[in-house]
Design a protein around this ligand. Structure first.
Ligand code: ZN
Length: 163
């Protein structure tokens, strides 16, 4: 199975709201997205990053430590967020070699459907919570840089050349 080309910032597709998946069959797409994510290599990859403008993403927050735990999130929704926030530097496969400090809630509660269509609900903290919020941002047309004010964004992008 071959990987999909990754859409790079500032491609306009990374600034668009994605449409619900609904009950469309995304199993083949999700498998391709996971392969693309592992090959990149990354720990999360959202639909618009491979040009599919629907609300789904894949994630595996453990594989770099040796154990694969692939997860597929279809039409995900965050229904609770901790008041406590934490700042962390985030990378993004669509913005290579640029780490961006982003402040987010430490814990979140999420509902979604998995690749088989089964409804899921769980609480996440740590890196998984960070990754899920980053990927859902992609589904809302938001990238890491959009969390910065104009001055901080300009300073970080000075001299940045993804090529
Ligand atoms: Zn990203």
């Amino acid at each position: 199975m071959s990987g999909l080309p990754i859409v790079l910032w500032p491609d306009a597709r990374l600034s668009k709201n994605c449409a619900p998946v609904g009950d469309a069959d995304i199993q083949a797409l999700a498998a391709q997205m996971l392969e693309t994510m592992y090959a990149a290599p990354g720990r999360g990859l959202a639909g618009p990053q491979v040009g599919d403008m629907r609300r789904l993403f894949v994630m595996d927050v453990t594989w770099k430590e040796g154990e694969r735990t692939p997860m597929v999130f279809v039409d995900p929704s965050i229904f609770a967020r901790s008041a406590e926030t934490v700042e962390m530097e985030e990378g993004c496969l669509s913005i290579p070699d640029l780490m961006v400090p982003v402040t987010r809630p430490r814990e979140i509660s999420v509902t979604w459907r998995d690749e088989t269509g089964a409804a899921q609900s769980a609480d996440f903290d740590g890196f998984a919570a960070r990754c899920i919020q980053h990927e859902i941002d992609h589904l809302d047309g938001v990238v890491t840089l959009d969390h910065l004010d104009t001055a901080a964004r300009a300073a970080l992008l000075e001299g940045y050349d993804p090529e």
